[in-house]
Design a protein around this ligand. Structure first.
Ligand SMILES: Cc1cc2nc3c(=O)[nH]c(=O)nc-3n(C[C@H](O)[C@H](O)[C@H](O)COP(=O)(O)OP(=O)(O)OC[C@H]3O[C@@H](n4cnc5c(N)ncnc54)[C@H](O)[C@@H]3O)c2cc1C
Length: 386
């Protein structure tokens, strides 16, 4: 028996495991892959002198098209500031932070570590928890509540297993892996949502999926890999089959860009189901530093993106809806009451992003709410304490 079992091995799950272990709980983590978290390039923290928690909140609420849970957004933005004390985000020689401006942010706000904050943070947490958290590589198939303990059933390929815990943190990510053309791995199918709903959990915004506007259609070996949209601010453009530039508003949000691309394709001006994303106007020194991973990836596939455009199309990228939680990450029923012992964090939840997520806000979300979920889950010692 464990105090806490975390389901999911992305950053929300590992962050919850870290917080629960630090709070003195015995912890196991069950996962069938690493999810999307290793791909997190950068995340939002309001560190610039002209930025603030209030401005961050304002941008997030506006991008969410009026559908965010304001209390969750407030926690996201207030708690994000602490990340600057915890992580050695990259800085310029003059000591200021290296920042990118994601779509939907009114100022540059995206921080990172070597452009790979997701993989970096996962590696750090796993290293620190080595031997302290039991890791089970399996797919959880059911959560069965008892009078004070959950039984967590999992499948290990040909074998099945089960363990028990006082608290369960659901951190199974989203469901975009279900789509035929997506940049998510296929194991991300919304399992955690199904399992929690079977226990009476409420869901919200289940029709809200964010499309990444610029996912590679070709060359074949790059199909499904996204190209970072912040290149738009550095001089990249969209071009149709006639080579004509469209979507001149560089400050459009991801949903507006995806709609503009689909409109171009539907009007018969697309190229093999996509459009050109042309980075030939991005200064070479920026391409070869900030976007060096993209440059190298395309070069290995025989495309020089400083000379040739990339063929891209929008693809399902992030589930925006999901389980309804409160600010302590307790999973709620439709009547607003918490399901005792059940917690959730990360892309499996809804409400933080509303109907449209700002680039970089998912990384902030998983670090902030993963920690809260782990802390709250560790506090539950008995059935009387939901
Ligand atoms: C290519 C790409 C790039 C991105 N870049 C950024 C970025 O730069 N900045 C940003 O803010 N956001 C970015 N995002 C979004 C971000 O990656 C995700 O929203 C975030 O990683 C979600 O974290 P998570 O821990 O909730 O879920 P995930 O990291 O997806 O992890 C889910 C975990 O649950 C496991 N799981 C699922 N079902 C089961 C089951 N039944 N049993 C056991 N385990 C299960 C999975 O295997 C996985 O371990 C990007 C997304 C993609 C696809």
């Amino acid at each position: 028996m464990k105090d806490v079992v975390v389901v999911g091995g992305g950053l929300a799950g590992w962050r919850a495991a870290e917080a629960a272990a630090k709070a003195g709980a015995s912890v196991a983590l069950v996962a069938n892959g690493a999810g999307n978290s290793p791909d997190i390039h950068a995340l939002n923290v309001p560190v610039r002198a002209d930025d603030s928690v209030e401005r961050f909140m304002d941008d997030t609420l506006k991008s969410g098209r009026g559908a965010c849970d304001r209390a969750l957004v407030e926690v996201l933005c207030r708690e994000s500031v602490k990340l600057a004390d915890e992580f050695p985000f990259d800085r310029n020689p003059d000591g200021t932070y290296k920042l990118l401006q994601p779509l939907g942010c009114s100022v540059p706000r995206c921080v990172s570590i070597d452009h790979k904050i997701g993989a970096w943070a996962l590696a750090k947490i796993r290293r620190e928890l080595d031997g302290k958290v039991k890791v089970i590589e399996g797919r959880v198939t059911a959560l069965i509540p008892g009078s004070s303990l959950f039984t967590i059933h999992y499948s290990l390929g040909d074998d099945d297993g089960a363990c028990t815990a006082r608290s369960v943190v659901v951190a199974t990510g989203g469901w975009c892996g279900k789509y035929a053309f997506s940049d998510n791995p296929p194991e991300l199918r919304g399992d955690g949502i199904d399992m929690a709903v079977a226990l009476g959990a409420a869901v919200r915004d289940m029709d809200a999926v964010q499309y990444e506007p610029t996912v590679a259609l070709a060359p074949e070996r790059l199909r499904g890999i996204p190209v970072i949209t912040t290149m738009l601010y550095e001089g990249a453009t969209f071009r149709n089959r006639d080579g004509r530039e469209f979507l001149v508003d560089k400050h459009a949000n991801k949903d507006e860009i995806s709609r503009a691309i689909f409109a171009e394709i539907e009007a018969g001006r697309g190229v093999d189901g996509g459009v050109w994303f042309d980075a030939t106007g991005v200064p070479h020194e920026i391409l070869n530093t900030t976007y060096v991973d993209t440059v190298r990836r395309y070069a290995a596939a025989g495309v020089d993106i400083s000379r040739e455009p990339m063929l891209v199309a929008p693809a399902p990228h992030t589930s925006l809806g999901g389980l309804v939680i409160d600010t302590r990450c307790r999973v709620l029923r439709a009547d607003g009451s918490p399901i005792p012992g059940l917690f959730a964090a990360g892309e499996v939840t809804g409400g933080v992003h509303g109907l449209n997520r700002i680039g970089g806000n998912a990384g902030t979300e998983v670090l902030v709410f993963g920690r809260i979920a782990g802390q709250t889950a560790a506090l539950r010692k008995d059935a009387a304490n939901p």
